[in-house]
Design a protein around this ligand. Structure first.
Ligand code: CA
Length: 223
């Protein structure tokens, strides 16, 4: 899952980005509204954390521009304490949720998890596909009740596919959601990771749809 953090307080931006990275997200950062707007318009994000008080272009304007351009990613706004009118303006501009500063990082993480899950149409934080269970809260994967050790990239790959269970996800879409903007993107490496992941899971849930991409489905549901 790929998340954008738009926050002009460099320390706070770093703290949020580090917490998200530690939780297994791929994170891009912007320190002003213009840069944030550009990234949000040019890259696909699974969620955005957007401060409202930003230099160059304020957060509400950034959000309005995204929504007007048809960008639908879930957006969590950061507002100052006691500024109820900011929350109203944020929601009217298209925000999905808000957190008031100062906040606990755990709250940000929990809200981002909920936003990503809801926008993918998943109600529970635990995703199940036949014998495979993925706990998005603890970032743990079990197969037939036994824990499976995955690298962070393998986990991200499986999480993305399980969030979109039953749908065919193209290689390009995977690359866009699994790597940050600075990563050297070679979509052939996805094939390698899929192969390794399939081997580690040891069950038939991760299908290659030739010429189209990949799809996670319970065993026996393929084709
Ligand atoms: Ca600010």
């Amino acid at each position: 899952m790929r998340v954008l953090v738009v926050e002009d307080d460099a320390d706070l931006n770093r703290q949020i980005s580090t917490a998200l990275t530690d939780a297994g997200y791929v994170v891009d950062k912007a320190l002003d509204g213009e840069e944030g707007h550009y990234l949000g318009e040019s890259s696909p994000y699974d969620a955005v954390i957007l401060d409202l008080g930003l230099p160059v272009l304020d957060g509400v304007s950034v959000l309005e521009k995204w929504r007007r351009a048809g960008r639908k990613m879930p957006v969590l706004i950061l507002t100052a304490r006691d500024r109820w009118s900011d929350k109203v303006a944020g929601f009217d501009a298209g925000a999905d949720d808000y957190v008031t500063k100062p906040f606990h990082m755990e709250e940000i993480l929990a809200r981002v998890r909920a936003l990503v899950r809801r926008s993918a149409g998943q109600a529970s934080s635990e995703l199940t596909c036949g014998p495979v269970t993925l706990d998005t809260k603890g970032a743990k994967v079990m197969v037939n009740g036994m824990g499976v050790k995955l690298t962070s990239l393998e986990y991200r790959l499986l999480e993305y596919l399980m969030m979109h269970m039953g749908k065919v996800v193209s290689r390009t879409e995977l690359v866009e959601h699994l790597y940050d903007q600075d990563f050297d993107r070679d979509s052939n490496t996805v094939e390698v990771f899929v192969g390794r992941l399939r081997k580690k899971l040891g069950v038939d849930v991760l299908h290659t749809i030739r010429g189209m991409g990949y799809c996670v489905q319970p065993p026996g549901n393929a084709d």
